[in-house]
Design a protein around this ligand. Structure first.
Ligand SMILES: [Zn+2]
Length: 310
Protein backbone atom coordinates (compact mmCIF):
# COMPACT_ATOMS: atom_id res chain seq x y z
CA UNK A 1 0.00 0.00 0.00
CA UNK A 2 1.42 3.34 -0.93
CA UNK A 3 1.92 5.98 1.69
CA UNK A 4 -1.16 8.16 2.04
CA UNK A 5 -3.46 5.61 0.39
CA UNK A 6 -6.17 4.02 2.51
CA UNK A 7 -7.63 1.41 0.14
CA UNK A 8 -5.98 -1.63 -1.41
CA UNK A 9 -7.34 -4.42 -3.62
CA UNK A 10 -5.37 -7.56 -2.90
CA UNK A 11 -6.36 -10.75 -4.78
CA UNK A 12 -10.08 -11.05 -4.01
CA UNK A 13 -10.03 -8.71 -1.01
CA UNK A 14 -10.55 -5.00 -0.63
CA UNK A 15 -8.82 -3.71 2.48
CA UNK A 16 -9.67 -0.26 3.80
CA UNK A 17 -7.95 1.49 6.68
CA UNK A 18 -10.42 3.43 8.78
CA UNK A 19 -10.04 5.41 12.00
CA UNK A 20 -11.39 3.82 15.17
CA UNK A 21 -12.30 5.06 18.62
CA UNK A 22 -8.87 4.59 20.20
CA UNK A 23 -6.71 7.69 20.30
CA UNK A 24 -3.59 5.73 19.39
CA UNK A 25 -3.24 7.25 15.91
CA UNK A 26 -3.58 3.80 14.34
CA UNK A 27 -6.11 2.81 11.68
CA UNK A 28 -8.22 -0.34 11.75
CA UNK A 29 -8.34 -2.59 8.66
CA UNK A 30 -11.85 -3.31 7.31
CA UNK A 31 -12.32 -6.11 4.77
CA UNK A 32 -14.72 -6.64 1.90
CA UNK A 33 -14.83 -8.94 -1.13
CA UNK A 34 -13.27 -7.50 -4.27
CA UNK A 35 -14.56 -8.40 -7.69
CA UNK A 36 -13.00 -7.20 -10.90
CA UNK A 37 -15.26 -4.75 -12.76
CA UNK A 38 -15.25 -7.22 -15.67
CA UNK A 39 -16.59 -10.12 -13.56
CA UNK A 40 -19.92 -11.31 -15.01
CA UNK A 41 -20.78 -14.09 -12.55
CA UNK A 42 -21.42 -16.49 -15.42
CA UNK A 43 -20.50 -20.08 -14.67
CA UNK A 44 -21.99 -23.40 -15.77
CA UNK A 45 -25.69 -23.06 -16.52
CA UNK A 46 -28.23 -25.39 -14.93
CA UNK A 47 -29.29 -26.48 -18.46
CA UNK A 48 -25.84 -27.66 -19.55
CA UNK A 49 -24.77 -31.29 -19.42
CA UNK A 50 -22.47 -31.19 -16.39
CA UNK A 51 -22.49 -33.03 -13.08
CA UNK A 52 -24.57 -31.17 -10.49
CA UNK A 53 -21.56 -30.78 -8.19
CA UNK A 54 -19.66 -28.88 -10.90
CA UNK A 55 -22.60 -26.53 -11.42
CA UNK A 56 -22.70 -25.59 -7.77
CA UNK A 57 -18.91 -25.42 -7.33
CA UNK A 58 -18.73 -21.67 -7.91
CA UNK A 59 -21.48 -21.07 -5.34
CA UNK A 60 -19.87 -23.29 -2.73
CA UNK A 61 -16.47 -21.71 -3.31
CA UNK A 62 -17.93 -18.22 -2.91
CA UNK A 63 -19.69 -19.19 0.32
CA UNK A 64 -16.52 -20.75 1.76
CA UNK A 65 -14.51 -17.67 0.86
CA UNK A 66 -17.09 -15.36 2.41
CA UNK A 67 -17.10 -17.29 5.69
CA UNK A 68 -13.30 -17.33 5.85
CA UNK A 69 -13.03 -13.56 5.56
CA UNK A 70 -13.39 -11.27 8.58
CA UNK A 71 -16.32 -9.37 7.07
CA UNK A 72 -18.63 -7.03 8.95
CA UNK A 73 -22.29 -8.07 9.07
CA UNK A 74 -23.28 -5.51 6.45
CA UNK A 75 -20.49 -6.65 4.08
CA UNK A 76 -21.60 -10.22 4.63
CA UNK A 77 -25.21 -9.35 3.73
CA UNK A 78 -23.96 -7.72 0.53
CA UNK A 79 -21.89 -10.76 -0.36
CA UNK A 80 -24.84 -13.10 0.23
CA UNK A 81 -26.88 -10.97 -2.18
CA UNK A 82 -24.06 -11.16 -4.75
CA UNK A 83 -23.82 -14.95 -4.45
CA UNK A 84 -27.61 -15.24 -4.76
CA UNK A 85 -27.54 -13.23 -7.96
CA UNK A 86 -24.74 -15.41 -9.37
CA UNK A 87 -26.85 -18.49 -8.65
CA UNK A 88 -29.82 -16.90 -10.34
CA UNK A 89 -27.81 -15.91 -13.42
CA UNK A 90 -26.75 -19.51 -13.90
CA UNK A 91 -30.24 -20.87 -13.38
CA UNK A 92 -29.28 -22.62 -10.14
CA UNK A 93 -32.08 -22.91 -7.65
CA UNK A 94 -30.47 -22.69 -4.22
CA UNK A 95 -31.28 -20.79 -1.02
CA UNK A 96 -27.96 -19.03 -0.35
CA UNK A 97 -28.74 -17.77 3.21
CA UNK A 98 -29.61 -21.34 4.24
CA UNK A 99 -26.50 -22.71 2.53
CA UNK A 100 -24.38 -20.14 4.39
CA UNK A 101 -26.05 -21.04 7.68
CA UNK A 102 -25.40 -24.76 7.26
CA UNK A 103 -21.83 -24.26 6.06
CA UNK A 104 -21.02 -22.13 9.10
CA UNK A 105 -22.58 -24.69 11.38
CA UNK A 106 -20.68 -27.60 9.83
CA UNK A 107 -17.47 -25.62 10.10
CA UNK A 108 -18.09 -24.76 13.76
CA UNK A 109 -18.66 -28.42 14.54
CA UNK A 110 -15.48 -29.50 12.73
CA UNK A 111 -13.46 -26.81 14.45
CA UNK A 112 -14.58 -27.72 17.95
CA UNK A 113 -13.64 -31.32 17.13
CA UNK A 114 -10.20 -30.44 15.73
CA UNK A 115 -9.46 -27.95 18.48
CA UNK A 116 -6.00 -28.65 20.03
CA UNK A 117 -7.72 -28.77 23.42
CA UNK A 118 -9.78 -31.70 22.19
CA UNK A 119 -6.67 -33.60 20.98
CA UNK A 120 -4.96 -32.86 24.30
CA UNK A 121 -7.96 -34.12 26.20
CA UNK A 122 -8.18 -37.31 24.19
CA UNK A 123 -4.44 -38.03 24.49
CA UNK A 124 -4.25 -37.34 28.23
CA UNK A 125 -7.34 -39.41 28.91
CA UNK A 126 -6.87 -42.20 26.42
CA UNK A 127 -3.06 -42.38 26.21
CA UNK A 128 -1.41 -41.23 23.00
CA UNK A 129 -3.02 -40.81 19.66
CA UNK A 130 -5.91 -43.20 19.83
CA UNK A 131 -7.76 -44.04 16.69
CA UNK A 132 -11.33 -42.96 17.05
CA UNK A 133 -13.30 -46.19 17.31
CA UNK A 134 -15.72 -46.97 14.53
CA UNK A 135 -18.61 -46.76 16.96
CA UNK A 136 -17.67 -43.10 17.58
CA UNK A 137 -18.86 -42.03 14.17
CA UNK A 138 -22.29 -43.54 14.62
CA UNK A 139 -22.71 -42.65 18.28
CA UNK A 140 -24.76 -39.60 19.20
CA UNK A 141 -22.70 -36.53 19.97
CA UNK A 142 -23.87 -34.06 22.56
CA UNK A 143 -23.35 -30.33 22.88
CA UNK A 144 -23.97 -28.33 26.03
CA UNK A 145 -25.45 -24.90 25.32
CA UNK A 146 -27.23 -22.20 27.33
CA UNK A 147 -30.98 -22.03 26.82
CA UNK A 148 -31.98 -18.69 25.28
CA UNK A 149 -35.58 -19.31 24.36
CA UNK A 150 -37.14 -20.26 21.04
CA UNK A 151 -33.99 -19.46 19.04
CA UNK A 152 -32.25 -22.24 21.01
CA UNK A 153 -34.95 -24.71 19.99
CA UNK A 154 -34.44 -23.82 16.33
CA UNK A 155 -30.68 -24.23 16.73
CA UNK A 156 -31.18 -27.66 18.31
CA UNK A 157 -33.26 -28.88 15.38
CA UNK A 158 -30.63 -27.55 12.95
CA UNK A 159 -27.85 -29.37 14.84
CA UNK A 160 -29.82 -32.60 14.77
CA UNK A 161 -29.34 -32.65 10.99
CA UNK A 162 -25.62 -33.07 11.64
CA UNK A 163 -26.08 -35.82 14.19
CA UNK A 164 -25.69 -33.67 17.27
CA UNK A 165 -27.99 -33.65 20.25
CA UNK A 166 -28.16 -30.59 22.48
CA UNK A 167 -28.30 -30.51 26.25
CA UNK A 168 -29.49 -27.10 27.42
CA UNK A 169 -28.63 -25.51 30.72
CA UNK A 170 -30.60 -22.65 32.30
CA UNK A 171 -29.01 -19.33 33.17
CA UNK A 172 -30.85 -18.56 36.37
CA UNK A 173 -29.86 -20.45 39.47
CA UNK A 174 -31.58 -20.91 42.81
CA UNK A 175 -28.85 -18.98 44.57
CA UNK A 176 -29.62 -15.93 42.43
CA UNK A 177 -33.08 -15.82 43.95
CA UNK A 178 -32.07 -15.25 47.56
CA UNK A 179 -30.32 -12.16 48.86
CA UNK A 180 -28.44 -12.95 52.04
CA UNK A 181 -25.62 -10.44 51.74
CA UNK A 182 -25.90 -6.71 52.41
CA UNK A 183 -27.31 -5.21 49.26
CA UNK A 184 -24.84 -3.16 47.22
CA UNK A 185 -26.59 -0.18 45.62
CA UNK A 186 -27.67 -1.24 42.13
CA UNK A 187 -25.79 1.54 40.39
CA UNK A 188 -22.52 0.39 42.03
CA UNK A 189 -22.95 -3.25 40.98
CA UNK A 190 -21.57 -5.15 37.99
CA UNK A 191 -23.84 -7.16 35.73
CA UNK A 192 -26.03 -7.00 32.66
CA UNK A 193 -27.70 -3.64 32.20
CA UNK A 194 -30.35 -2.02 30.06
CA UNK A 195 -30.22 1.50 28.64
CA UNK A 196 -33.51 3.02 27.52
CA UNK A 197 -33.68 6.17 25.42
CA UNK A 198 -36.53 8.63 25.90
CA UNK A 199 -37.93 7.36 22.57
CA UNK A 200 -38.01 3.79 23.93
CA UNK A 201 -35.10 2.33 21.96
CA UNK A 202 -33.07 -0.18 23.94
CA UNK A 203 -29.49 -1.25 24.45
CA UNK A 204 -28.34 -4.27 26.46
CA UNK A 205 -24.77 -4.31 27.74
CA UNK A 206 -22.59 -5.91 30.37
CA UNK A 207 -19.98 -4.63 32.75
CA UNK A 208 -17.69 -6.26 35.28
CA UNK A 209 -17.42 -2.94 37.15
CA UNK A 210 -19.95 -0.60 38.72
CA UNK A 211 -22.82 0.23 36.37
CA UNK A 212 -22.35 3.93 37.20
CA UNK A 213 -18.78 3.76 35.82
CA UNK A 214 -19.84 2.01 32.64
CA UNK A 215 -22.73 4.40 32.13
CA UNK A 216 -20.43 7.42 32.40
CA UNK A 217 -18.39 5.91 29.54
CA UNK A 218 -21.48 5.95 27.33
CA UNK A 219 -21.88 9.62 28.26
CA UNK A 220 -18.22 10.31 27.41
CA UNK A 221 -18.80 8.84 23.94
CA UNK A 222 -21.85 11.08 23.52
CA UNK A 223 -19.88 14.19 24.56
CA UNK A 224 -17.10 13.19 22.20
CA UNK A 225 -19.55 13.01 19.29
CA UNK A 226 -20.94 16.44 20.11
CA UNK A 227 -17.44 17.88 20.02
CA UNK A 228 -16.38 16.00 16.93
CA UNK A 229 -19.30 14.57 14.86
CA UNK A 230 -16.85 13.06 12.35
CA UNK A 231 -15.68 10.65 15.07
CA UNK A 232 -18.88 8.64 14.57
CA UNK A 233 -18.06 5.01 13.92
CA UNK A 234 -19.16 1.65 15.17
CA UNK A 235 -16.62 1.46 17.98
CA UNK A 236 -18.46 4.23 19.83
CA UNK A 237 -21.37 3.36 22.12
CA UNK A 238 -24.47 2.51 20.06
CA UNK A 239 -26.66 4.45 22.50
CA UNK A 240 -24.40 7.51 22.27
CA UNK A 241 -24.54 7.38 18.47
CA UNK A 242 -28.32 6.92 18.52
CA UNK A 243 -28.89 9.96 20.78
CA UNK A 244 -26.48 12.04 18.77
CA UNK A 245 -27.87 11.21 15.34
CA UNK A 246 -31.55 11.32 16.39
CA UNK A 247 -31.04 14.44 18.54
CA UNK A 248 -32.48 12.65 21.59
CA UNK A 249 -31.26 14.04 24.93
CA UNK A 250 -28.61 11.79 26.50
CA UNK A 251 -29.61 13.12 29.94
CA UNK A 252 -32.94 11.31 29.55
CA UNK A 253 -31.30 7.91 28.93
CA UNK A 254 -32.26 5.60 31.78
CA UNK A 255 -29.85 2.92 33.03
CA UNK A 256 -31.05 -0.10 34.99
CA UNK A 257 -29.42 -3.33 36.10
CA UNK A 258 -31.17 -6.42 34.71
CA UNK A 259 -29.05 -9.01 36.48
CA UNK A 260 -26.33 -8.61 39.06
CA UNK A 261 -23.31 -10.76 38.11
CA UNK A 262 -19.52 -10.57 38.35
CA UNK A 263 -18.28 -13.69 36.61
CA UNK A 264 -17.04 -13.05 33.06
CA UNK A 265 -18.30 -16.06 31.16
CA UNK A 266 -21.65 -16.03 32.97
CA UNK A 267 -21.90 -12.34 32.11
CA UNK A 268 -21.54 -13.19 28.44
CA UNK A 269 -24.24 -15.83 28.63
CA UNK A 270 -26.56 -13.54 30.59
CA UNK A 271 -26.03 -10.70 28.17
CA UNK A 272 -26.96 -13.04 25.34
CA UNK A 273 -29.99 -14.19 27.26
CA UNK A 274 -31.29 -10.72 28.06
CA UNK A 275 -30.45 -9.53 24.60
CA UNK A 276 -32.56 -12.35 23.17
CA UNK A 277 -35.47 -11.61 25.49
CA UNK A 278 -35.40 -7.88 24.84
CA UNK A 279 -34.85 -8.33 21.14
CA UNK A 280 -37.10 -11.22 20.27
CA UNK A 281 -39.92 -10.74 22.73
CA UNK A 282 -40.24 -7.14 23.82
CA UNK A 283 -38.86 -4.90 21.11
CA UNK A 284 -40.49 -6.80 18.25
CA UNK A 285 -43.91 -6.65 19.85
CA UNK A 286 -43.71 -2.94 20.54
CA UNK A 287 -41.78 -1.95 17.38
CA UNK A 288 -38.89 -0.57 19.41
CA UNK A 289 -35.35 -0.80 18.12
CA UNK A 290 -32.54 -2.75 19.72
CA UNK A 291 -29.37 -0.75 19.16
CA UNK A 292 -26.99 -3.66 19.79
CA UNK A 293 -24.81 -5.10 17.06
CA UNK A 294 -25.39 -8.87 17.11
CA UNK A 295 -21.87 -9.67 16.00
CA UNK A 296 -20.52 -7.96 19.08
CA UNK A 297 -22.98 -9.34 21.61
CA UNK A 298 -22.92 -13.07 20.95
CA UNK A 299 -19.79 -14.86 22.10
CA UNK A 300 -21.07 -18.38 21.63
CA UNK A 301 -20.53 -19.11 17.94
CA UNK A 302 -23.55 -21.44 17.74
CA UNK A 303 -25.95 -18.91 19.23
CA UNK A 304 -24.51 -16.06 17.19
CA UNK A 305 -24.86 -17.91 13.92
CA UNK A 306 -28.44 -18.83 14.71
CA UNK A 307 -29.59 -15.29 15.49
CA UNK A 308 -27.64 -13.73 12.65
CA UNK A 309 -29.05 -16.00 9.97
CA UNK A 310 -32.72 -16.16 10.82
ZN1 LIG B 1 -34.02 7.70 21.14
Amino acid sequence: MEVGEKVLNFLDLTIRLLPDDLDDGLLTPVFSVYQKPTYTGLSINQQSLHPTSHKFAAIHAAVHRMISLPLSSSEREKEIAVISSIAEKNGLSINVPTLVKRTILRRSLNQSRSDPAFAEFSSSHFGGSIAIPASETTREKWLRLPYLGSSSDRLASELRRFGYRVGFYPLTRVRDLSKLKDPVPVIDSPGVYLLTCSCGDLYVGQTGRALSKRFSEHRTHFNKLQKKPSASNTSLSAMARHCFHQSHPFDSVHASLLHRCENGSRLNRLEEYYYTIKNVIESRESNLNMLNDLDVVFFNSFIRFNLNYK
